[in-house]
Design a protein around this ligand. Structure first.
Ligand code: ZN
Ligand code: ZN
Length: 135
């Protein structure tokens, strides 16, 4: 499935070929800190399945729990998270941050990972009072 996305400020625009069956919610603590929220929604590209149309992401390399380095691509201007991928040469699969994709509304997660660090309230938000906009 072809998708396209951009960062919040618009300096970075990209297209990607993703597998809509591979959408996951990640509750790992790195995703919590890096996204600034409770969990992250990630969709995986086909191998080398991303093309940048405008701009280049800034890269931050973190060490994953596995010990492997993971390159985090984000906009150096507005900070929007774009992807994570492996470090080094060879074909790469990109874990796209679904929020940066125009088609995010139609990408439905099929699995949760790192459930052991999920925040205690995530399953309960449906029962919270809800307003359609702020306040
Ligand atoms: Zn930006
Ligand atoms: Zn994660």
């Amino acid at each position: 499935m072809k998708v396209d996305g951009k960062c919040h400020c618009g300096e970075i625009e990209f297209e990607a070929e993703i597998d809509p069956a591979r959408v996951v919610v990640c509750h790992c603590t790195d995703c919590q800190v890096l996204s600034g929220t409770a969990f992250r929604t990630v969709v995986f590209t086909e191998s080398d399945g991303i093309t940048f149309k405008k701009g280049e992401p800034k890269i931050y390399v973190k060490t994953a729990q596995s010990g492997n380095p993971r390159a985090q691509g984000f906009c150096g201007n507005c900070g929007s998270a774009i992807y994570a991928t492996s470090v080094g040469d060879g074909p790469k699969v990109y874990g796209l941050r679904a929020g940066s994709l125009r088609q995010r509304g139609s990408l439905i997660p099929g699995k949760q990972v790192w459930r052991q660090s999920a925040l205690s309230w995530v399953d309960d938000i449906k029962s919270l009072p809800a307003v359609q906009q702020q306040s």
